[in-house]
Design a protein around this ligand. Structure first.
Ligand SMILES: Nc1ncnc2c1ncn2[C@@H]1O[C@H](COP(=O)(O)OP(=O)(O)OP(=O)(O)O)[C@@H](O)[C@H]1O
Ligand SMILES: [Mg+2]
Length: 261
């Protein structure tokens, strides 16, 4: 059974059909990269899957369980949406850390809020918080930030901030981790440290979907590459099939343009 199944997702903004019919599925531990030119709907797709945008139609299944059905008559409640969002982690291009909190606090914030819903929270608050902090410290160590845990975002480089946001996304133990151009807001010399963290996660079998323009990185880290154009998936295959052997005119034009830059 697939870990994530996205079926026939559609989304329009006003009269503009941004996602016309997007489908793909992902197995546990697989890494899939999404390529496509600017405006092809990549961010919109991630936002729809993560319930930051309300898709117009289609279905989303996690581990076989349908968590979104565009044809359902009843809209999901805010509570249901929050529960669904817990399946996923999302790392944005622009880090989106809370500036008033330290690196460690940024990572512990969501797990601490969530822990309040546990029936044993009141009696075990201290232990629960200690456990959350220990886990957050381990995650920050994993992304190479043991010595920066008490720094505020403004005291961290862009690459360090992005590593905090990866640790934050991992803190809720998501089934699938999504990245939306995780390196595009960084200076070129900081790109490598983020790509290394993502490569390490891939080796540890974290299931990931990565929107990126870093073709050689995508080739190295991905089991599959999806190419999107005009709101549909034009190609879905191994890196070799899509990057080297594509017969599709749109894919080839896109790759050629990247090569020229
Ligand atoms: N909230 C919105 N309201 C109206 N139009 C939107 C909204 N969000 C996105 N769009 C439009 O949807 C289309 C797809 O945008 P999207 O950001 O998903 O593209 P993208 O593939 O992520 O591009 P990029 O590579 O530049 O990040 C664009 O034409 C954009 O203008
Ligand atoms: Mg985008």
């Amino acid at each position: 059974m697939s870990m994530l199944e996205v079926k026939n997702i559609t989304k329009s903004f006003g009269k503009v059909e941004v996602l016309k019919d997007v489908s793909f599925s992902l197995e546990q531990g697989q890494v899939m990269s999404i390529l496509g030119s600017s405006g092809s709907g990549k961010t919109t797709l991630l936002r729809c899957i993560n319930f930051l945008e309300d898709a117009d139609g289609g279905q989303i299944l996690v581990d076989g369980e349908c968590i979104f059905d565009g044809s359902a008559e009843k809209k999901l409640t805010a509570k249901e949406i929050r529960a669904n969002q817990l399946h996923f982690g999302l790392v944005f291009q622009s880090f989106n850390l809370f500036p008033q909190y330290t690196a460690l606090e940024n990572v512990t914030l969501a797990p601490k809020l969530l822990a309040k819903e546990r029936p044993d929270y009141k009696e075990k608050k201290k232990e629960i918080h200690a456990e959350i902090e220990e886990n957050a410290k381990a995650l920050l160590a994993r992304v190479g930030l043991s010595d920066r845990m008490n720094n505020y975002p403004c005291q961290l480089s862009g690459g360090q901030q992005q590593r905090v946001s990866i640790a934050r996304a991992l803190a809720l133990n998501p089934k699938v981790l999504f990245f939306d151009e995780p390196t595009s807001a960084l200076d070129p010399e900081l790109t490598g440290e983020i790509l290394k963290v993502i490569r390490d996660l891939a080796q540890k079998d974290v299931t990931m979907v990565i929107v990126t323009h870093e073709i050689e990185f995508a080739r190295g880290v991905s089991d599959r590459i999806v190419f999107m154009a005009d709101g549909v998936v034009v190609e879905d295959g191994t890196p070799e099939e899509v990057l080297d052997k594509s017969k599709n005119a749109k894919t080839r034009a896109f790759l050629q343009k990247l090569n020229e830059n």
